[in-house]
Write a protein that binds this ligand. Structure first.
Ligand code: PLP
Length: 397
């Protein structure tokens, strides 16, 4: 049996998405900037995708900027804002969290190193939630941006984006310089409310390959009036926010994938039930296991466990041999063998960070697949603990 439980890393291109993009790889290959009919066809397709996304986010079409993915959208939001503000603030201050995706964290670190901004990295609580009070306390005169993710890609925790947005709006009433609010919502798009007015955000990142479009396409919502400067210079594409000939097929795919999300709604409750069944069984049937993250404030597709006394990498390799895909840490750090910065920030325990595995389910994951994973995991954990020097002697007896 083969079971893919790594949907937070990436997801397959949906059949309808594939069908929608094929014409743009074949006959409709025009450049949207060309004035002839090939160009006009491509332009119409880009416009339609932008319209779909604007409808989904409840914003204006001109507020949606296509990028090469979530990473570039995060870069454009953060670096673009700092560049856009220019010299209006002497040393701008950004508030973010210790558990952001590296696309946000490393952009902040780079700006810090370049002397372009000072950054506060908020520590999460023991469930991986960022407290609104902590953000509020960190606000300074020179604060220009708060960037907090909606759903954490490793432990699936849901952050109170709407409440953070409202708090920032209240703060903005008594300030000279506005604090902008960015949220990386890459892992939330399929499952949570995405209306930008409800969320009270100025900037919002999405990525195609987590929702059934191909890799290499994403978008940034930029609220009208937000002073963003482009970070890729060149032509005037994307209203001047992002130069480069548009990835027409990718854009069409993203528009279609977003359109299809409405069909998922009825599957989410089942997904949550199946995920809860999985968590319940693992915690009950395997000794010395803990759930990482919050039990309640959790994305419906995520389960992340700490298996005491063994290395996550060994579990992963054995799962792979059994035909099961999961991950330790995020896909981006898996090549470095560095322990997850998210688990380190939440639990301050390197052993826990090294002994944890993320399972991320998809909308079509079945109970028989989950039962197979439970059965395999039980065997793998028992086998590895027998040979692990970390297992206490009495447990091994
Ligand atoms: N932000 C989050 C929360 C993610 O999970 C990812 C992908 O892993 C990204 C950003 C990066 O998106 P992309 O792979 O499209 O660059």
């Amino acid at each position: 049996m083969k079971v893919y439980l790594d949907y937070a890393a990436t997801s397959p291109v949906l059949y309808e998405v594939r069908a929608a993009i094929l014409p743009f790889l074949e006959n409709n290959f025009g450049n949207p900037s060309s004035i002839h009919q090939w160009g006009r066809n491509a332009r119409a397709a880009v416009d339609k995708a932008r319209k779909n996304i604007a409808k989904f986010l409840n914003c204006q079409e001109q507020e949606v900027v296509f990028t090469s993915g979530g990473t570039e959208a995060d870069n454009l939001a953060i670096r673009g804002l700092i560049l856009g503000l220019g010299t209006s603030i002497e040393k701008p201050h950004i508030i973010t969290s210790q558990i952001e995706h590296h696309a946000v964290l490393n952009t902040c670190k780079a700006l810090e190193k370049e002397g372009l901004a000072e950054i506060t990295y908020i520590k999460p609580d023991r469930e991986g939630i960022i407290r609104i009070q902590d953000i509020k306390k960190a606000i300074k005169k020179n604060t220009v941006l708060v960037s907090i993710m909606y759903v954490n890609n490793e432990i699936g925790t849901i952050q109170p984006i709407c409440e953070i947005g409202k708090m920032i709006e209240r703060e903005n009433q008594n300030r000279k310089n506005k604090i902008y609010f960015h949220s990386d919502t890459v892992q939330a798009v399929k499952y949570l409310p995405m209306d930008v007015n409800f969320l009270h955000v100025d900037l919002l990142t999405i990525s195609g390959h987590k929702i059934g479009a191909p890799k290499g396409i994403g978008a940034l919502y930029i609220k009208k009036g937000t002073s963003i400067k482009e970070i890729i210079t060149g032509g005037e594409q994307e209203m001047g926010f992002r130069a480069g000939t548009e990835n027409v097929a990718g854009i069409v795919a993203l528009g279609k994938a977003i359109e299809l999300i409405k069909n998922l709604k009825f599957k989410i409750e089942n997904l949550k039930k199946l995920r809860n069944y999985f968590i319940g069984k693992i915690l009950k049937e395997i000794p010395d296991v803990e759930l990482n993250g919050s039990k309640e404030l959790r994305s419906p597709n995520n389960a992340n466990f700490y298996f005491k006394y063994i290395e996550g990498e060994s579990i992963l390799l054995n799962l792979d041999l059994a035909g099961i895909a999961a991950s330790s840490g995020s896909a981006c750090t898996s090549q470095s063998l560095e322990p997850s910065h998210v688990l380190l920030a939440v639990y301050e325990n390197p052993e826990r960070a090294h002994g944890s595995i993320r399972f991320s389910l998809g909308p079509n994951t079945t109970k028989s697949e989950i039962d197979y994973v439970i059965k395999s995991l039980k065997q793998i954990v028992e086998k590895l603990r027998k040979i692990s020097p970390l297992t206490p002697k009495e447990k091994n007896a």
